[in-house]
Design a protein around this ligand. Structure first.
Ligand SMILES: [Zn+2]
Length: 323
């Protein structure tokens, strides 16, 4: 690994499957990085030990430890005030997980922490598709639906740092069961998991021929649905259309609340391209109040998944410099 003299921050993205670390400079260049298996079902103490070792290894590649200015952490259900993860779903780490203090015990620097979707929004603002925008909403359409809101160039935190949980607004009263305990949440429809559920609804509703009949729910992927749609599979096309309708309608609601310049989409579902984006734009436009029509862009994030550290890196730089 190359030694470097640039001022950097250490960015940590904690996911249910992988934890990614990176040394990132002010220009958003990832100077060095590391990925390890989170093992979210094992005790937190085990993760803490592994994280501490990886942090020290990465810092040892710096020309001087003085070059490390701050640390940014993105994690599910992170509380930016306390530096803890609160009731993180899919982790067996307890109800309150002291992540920030675990990091401070390894290296004494300012540590900033927020939830992964908020961090992603800052990453887009500093280094990504939203450079130069002041009002936008990032939607991460993966296993679930994450969102981060930027208003007047600042992340919208809300009273307890929990603002912008668009994945859990209701789209169908009494609808699909969500992992959060509610029914009919947006993410049960507009996410990779959501479109899989829609595909299985459609397969049950008709006898239409479809390659998607060859898949179990477990084996079906967003990519398989996307490939089928590009081969004009009627079930796959209808699944994208229904998903776009649900999401487009809710995006129009969000426009009425916030009047963003743009939505930035990332995550597996967004990678389907025009087959999803065209109906999405149409359904959003159809549902927009006339004053907003034609004024809201839908932009694809350019970030690849290995760049997940750019979000927490932006959080650390913002923490140092002020918003
Ligand atoms: Zn929910």
């Amino acid at each position: 690994m190359d030694k470097t003299t640039t001022k950097t921050v250490l960015a940590i993205d904690i996911g249910g499957t992988f934890t990614k670390l990176g040394l990132v400079n002010r220009e958003g260049q990832i100077l060095n990085s590391k990925v390890f298996n989170t093992k979210a079902k094992k005790p937190f103490s085990q993760f803490k030990e592994k994280l501490g070792k990886e942090i020290q290894l990465l810092i040892s590649t710096l020309y001087s430890p003085e070059d490390l200015m701050a640390i940014g952490i993105g994690a599910p259900n992170a509380d930016y005030k306390t530096g803890e993860m609160k009731y993180p779903p899919n982790f067996s780490w307890g109800t309150t997980v002291p992540v920030r203090s675990a990091v401070v015990s390894v290296i004494d620097r300012p540590v900033f922490m927020t939830n992964d979707a908020n961090a992603a929004a800052l990453g887009e603002l500093y280094f990504g598709a939203a450079k130069g925008l002041d009002h936008f909403v990032v939607l991460t359409l993966g296993t679930g639906l994450g969102s981060g809101i930027i208003v007047s160039g600042k992340l919208l935190y809300g009273h307890n740092g929990m603002a912008g949980e668009l994945g859990h607004v209701n789209v169908v009263p009494g609808g699909r069961q969500c992992n959060c305990g509610l029914k009919g949440c947006l993410e049960t429809y507009a996410s990779v998991t959501g479109i899989k559920r829609t595909v299985f609804d459609l397969l049950a509703e008709s006898n239409a021929e479809s390659v998607l009949r060859n898949y179990s729910f477990k084996k079906l992927t967003g990519i398989a649905i996307s490939e089928a749609a590009h081969q004009n599979d009627v079930v796959a096309l209808e699944a994208f259309d229904r998903t776009a309708r649900v999401l487009g309608n809710k995006m129009a609601d969000t426009v009425a609340h916030l009047e963003p310049e743009a939505f930035i989409l990332s995550g597996g579902l967004s990678q389907a391209g025009d087959i999803f984006l065209k109906p999405l734009q149409k359904y959003m436009e159809d549902a927009l109040f006339s004053a907003y029509k034609g004024n809201v862009k839908i932009i694809l994030s350019a970030s690849a998944s290995h760049e997940a550290v750019l979000g927490p890196a932006a959080l650390a730089w913002q923490g140092l410099e002020g918003p």
